[in-house]
Design a protein around this ligand. Structure first.
Ligand SMILES: [Zn+2]
Length: 251
């Protein structure tokens, strides 16, 4: 069975295609390219979104790793351990009902210097769900995260990458940012291996890149090894791994 994040890209990147096309069979070899490169022309059309951060020549090259779908019982701890070993920071997009199940993990993430964001309460698909339900899921999730962090939750990522104008407007009204990505190595995809995920990431990452990985027991065997390889590769080159900046306003 696919990991919970697995349908992300099949749906988003097939339907968000700027060009009607006959699609090849879904395989790990083309999906990361499609998700990371072919969607570039669409990005400027969506307000209040971040796809890649500004690279500053004054600073060492910086990469923003993000982990979706946590917090989880085991995977979160393993991720935190690896990140700590490399003195790396990241951003975790949390599911509201997972926050309720593992509140102590949220505190551990924040105490370790990472940022957290909103990934809806039940991993709801904004393309298949009433607008009011999606907004309520975002508000409920912001509330449960805020209960543990004490501050606003100004970053959000829609499950499956399914942007809608209403979601972007909601983010804009609250001073929040919708965080997408420019590198999606598809660690959730059947056929992904630690080597394929690490290779795709290191080949496509640039300073300011936002990389999507998953905090999910089903992707864990691939994600953890890939993460080690990515961090080893980056730190050997003097790259920094940082949490996304968090606006001071937000829901
Ligand atoms: Zn997700």
């Amino acid at each position: 069975m696919d990991a919970p994040g697995a349908r992300i890209c099949k749906a988003f990147f097939l339907t968000a295609s700027p060009v009607p096309m006959i699609l090849p069979p879904v395989s790990h070899s083309w999906l990361p390219w499609w998700t990371s490169v072919a969607t570039r022309p669409l990005r400027p059309w969506w307000p209040h979104t971040w796809w890649r951060m500004e690279a500053s020549p004054a600073h060492p090259p910086t990469v923003y790793l993000t982990f979706d779908d946590g917090p989880t019982a085991i995977a979160t701890e393993a991720l935190l351990r690896i990140l700590r070993h490399y003195d790396a920071r990241a951003t975790f997009f949390l599911i509201g009902h997972h926050v309720q199940a593992h509140p102590q993990r949220v505190r551990r993430i924040v105490e370790a210097g990472h940022a957290v964001g909103n990934h809806t309460f039940t991993h709801v698909d904004a393309w298949q769900t009433a607008r009011s339900t999606v907004i309520r899921e975002l508000e409920d999730t912001a509330r449960v995260i805020r209960a543990h962090t004490g501050g606003p939750v100004p970053l959000l990522r829609p499950p499956y990458g399914h942007l809608t104008p209403a979601l972007c407007r909601w983010a804009g009204r609250h001073g929040a940012r919708v965080v997408m990505w420019d590198v999606m190595p598809a660690d959730f995809q059947r056929g992904a291996s630690p080597t394929s995920v690490a290779r795709f990431t290191t080949a496509h990452v640039r300073s300011g890149s936002i990389v999507v990985l998953h905090d999910n027991p089903m992707t864990e065997p691939v994600t953890l090894q890939a993460l080690e390889a990515i961090l080893r590769w980056g730190t050997a080159r003097g790259w920094r791994f940082e949490a996304l900046p968090t606006p001071t306003t937000g829901p």
